[in-house]
Design a protein around this ligand. Structure first.
Ligand SMILES: Nc1ncnc2c1ncn2[C@@H]1O[C@H](COP(=O)(O)OP(=O)(O)OP(=O)(O)O)[C@@H](O)[C@H]1O
Ligand SMILES: [Mg+2]
Length: 355
């Protein structure tokens, strides 16, 4: 069993606190993704789990055992880095076998384990090449192969695909998803890329400034973000946020409006709203619909920009109060720049946050 538990984990460099009390549980065999803006502490957390960084406070357990002071090699974890960290003077075979060589494994054992890793990663034909004779994606596979042969209970990935081009990233993303199913190992994966997070994760941990903002399945975070930070972080294009006036509050029913928005009554998923006060209304671009045949929409503005991508059309609207709003329509459409436009939105996909 390789469940991982972080209890009130802290990290400081002198007086600088970079991880400020993090609680996370990763179940055995789970694929957990850490996301968050640059500098929020993703790599630091991963390195503390791997044992490459001291833990300033709290308890880290792997498989039910406290491992705070255990050296990296005894934790049963393998880490794959963004910079593949493979040796240029060794062949792929030697690189993949490196950890086994260090551990004094026999030639038979090395051959068998390298062959198995090569089969899983479909790189049997590359074993006698050197890294300089490989593409970026192939080098990344060598780095993963080196982790696989050690049969770790836990894989830690720190932005493993960020050096690859878009097409290769997508291929490798799918390969990593398959690898997880095949090996059944516990995996923690750090990324900036919210598409990787949404597609790979059983569970996403959103971090900001060394603290957990929300933990949940991709769809929980997408449909029920706990706060405006999470709401704005996941989804592409990003959620629109409108500053609105709170007209009326009746239980969890909140009526809001502004210069561009007709009064609308929405169900709030949290409290903190008072009549006469302010709120933020979050609207995902995908849930906005232009009213084309003379019907009244809730939002008023004019078309500022149209991007036709074939399968979808992204329009930027300048609202009546001067603010910009992005709408993404799941079809090809033509809009005249400067033309007035009215939009409606799905009420149950509108998110109200306290100002
Ligand atoms: N040795 C150090 N001394 C002082 N501060 C450090 C040190 N190492 C990291 N930090 C700080 O800790 C914070 C977290 O860094 P970390 O590398 O974990 O961020 P990250 O979320 O992985 O960012 P990125 O997405 O850019 O990789 C940053 O503000 C960084 O400046
Ligand atoms: Mg990092």
């Amino acid at each position: 069993m390789a469940a991982i538990t972080l209890s009130d984990i802290r990290k400081s460099y002198g007086a600088t606190h970079v991880i400020k009390g993090v609680d996370i549980t990763v179940e055995d065999g789970e694929f957990v993704v850490f996301v968050g803006p640059s500098g929020c502490g993703k790599s630091t957390l991963l390195r503390m789990i791997a044992g490459l960084e001291d833990i300033s406070g709290g308890t880290l357990s792997i498989g039910g055992r406290r491992v705070n002071d255990l050296p990296p090699k005894d934790r049963g974890v393998a880490m794959v880095f963004q910079s593949y960290a493979i040796f240029p003077h060794m062949t792929v075979r030697e690189n993949v076998a490196f950890g086994l060589t260090i551990a004094g494994a026999s030639k038979e054992e090395k051959d068998a384990k390298v062959a198995e890793a090569a089969r899983i990663l479909q790189m049997e034909h590359l074993l006698d090449r050197r890294p300089s004779q490989l593409s970026g994606g192939q080098r990344q596979r060598v780095a993963i192969g080196r982790a696989i042969v050690r049969k770790p209970q836990v894989f830690l990935f720190d932005e493993p695909l960020s050096n690859l081009d878009a097409a290769l990233r997508m291929d490798m993303r799918m390969e990593i998803g398959k690898l997880h199913k095949q090996l059944g190992a516990t995996m923690i994966y750090v990324t900036h890329d919210q598409v990787e997070a949404m597609t790979l994760a059983d569970k996403i941990v959103v971090l900001k400034d060394g603290q957990v903002m929300q933990v949940g399945t991709p769809m929980e975070l997408y449909h029920n973000p706990a706060n405006a930070f999470v709401a704005g972080f996941l989804g592409s294009p990003s959620m629109n946020f409108l500053d609105v006036d709170v007209r009326e509050v009746a239980g969890n029913r909140v009526t809001v409006s502004n210069a561009a928005l007709e009064p609308v009554t929405l169900t709030a998923k949290r409290g903190g709203f008072t009549a006469g006060g302010k709120a933020r209304l979050g609207l995902r671009p995908q849930y906005l619909t232009p009213e084309t045949d003379g019907r009244a929409g809730l939002l008023h503005g004019s078309v500022a920009l149209t991007e036709r991508l074939g399968s979808e059309t992204v329009i930027e609207v300048t609202l009546a109060d001067g603010k910009a709003l992005i709408a993404a329509l799941a079809r090809d459409a033509i809009f005249d720049i400067g033309a007035p436009i009215q939009l409606s939105f799905a009420h149950d996909e509108a998110h109200l946050f306290p100002a």
